[in-house]
Design a protein around this ligand. Structure first.
Ligand code: BTN
Length: 247
């Protein structure tokens, strides 16, 4: 990971650039980084705030020899890599929130968006999109957002060096990807669970037009959330949002 790094001043979305480069044959491990994005993509069609000079917006092209169904396991890698990188360069204790948020002090500091190009049986490539709020000042705005947000600077009081953070992140991702190719997702999922902010907690789940409350039992090998509702059988939640009910 990071054998080839493309740095851009401004682009629409590093994910879109990396996707096009991968379609044109970019080698595995190619990384696209931009100083700012004019149309940063978030999950569920949302916009990702991407002001210049302060944060990290990057996308990594991987070509794992796995099935499209297994490709969602790559989310475990980028989430754990970001958490480890935050621990390496700050004194903060990041927590993971399903499916792919990283929180500090209960507020979101990073988001991940994977996009895939696949045939029925095999993955052609996956783009791992990683956005980390490093030195952005959100102030009051941070708490008014739909998902309260912060940056590493706001949470720690210390500015974070962008190049140093990016290097730490790509190194961790490299180590985790090598391990994934040899041992599969199990050890990385175990670390994900350990770091997760929601294991054993009561949550509200919103999935499509459904909403229910229950207790998080864990996450399965494909990244689906296992929730025991107050009544009825265990639910497997493939996509959606969870909110912690008690702090
Ligand atoms: C989320 O909604 O939590 C996911 C946000 C993902 C943002 C990153 S920033 C780099 C990459 N390029 C994009 O357009 N999105 C991802």
């Amino acid at each position: 990971v990071g054998g080839r790094v493309v740095c851009l001043k401004e682009t629409d979305s590093t994910n879109s650039v990396a996707f096009r480069m991968a379609e044109d044959g970019a080698v595995e491990g190619t990384v696209v980084i931009a100083d700012t994005q004019s149309a940063g993509k978030g999950r569920l069609g949302r916009v990702w705030l991407s002001p210049p000079g302060v944060n990290l917006y990057c996308s990594v092209v991987l070509r794992p020899p796995i099935s499209p169904v297994a490709a969602c396991q790559l989310t475990f890698l980028s989430v754990v890599a970001v958490a480890r990188a935050i621990e390496r360069v700050t004194t903060l204790s990041p927590q993971i929130k399903w499916p792919n948020d990283i929180l500090v002090d209960g507020k979101k500091v990073a988001g991940l968006l994977n996009e895939m190009n696949a045939e029925t049986e095999k993955v052609n490539f996956v783009v791992l999109g990683i956005g980390v709020n490093l030195n952005m000042r959100l102030g009051q705005l941070g708490s008014t957002l739909r998902h309260p947000a912060t940056s590493l600077l706001e949470a720690s009081g210390q500015p974070v060096q962008r190049v140093g953070f990016t290097r730490a992140l790509l190194e961790e991702l490299d180590v985790l990807y090598d391990r994934f190719l040899v041992e599969g997702e199990a050890p990385i999922r175990a670390e994900w669970l350990e770091r997760s902010a929601i294991g054993g907690r009561r949550v509200k789940v919103s999935s499509g037009d459904r909403e229910f409350r229950g207790t998080v039992q864990g996450v399965d090998a494909f990244g689906a959330l296992l929730v025991q509702p107050e009544q009825g059988p265990l639910e497997t939640v493939l996509s959606g949002d969870v909110t912690l009910l008690d702090r």
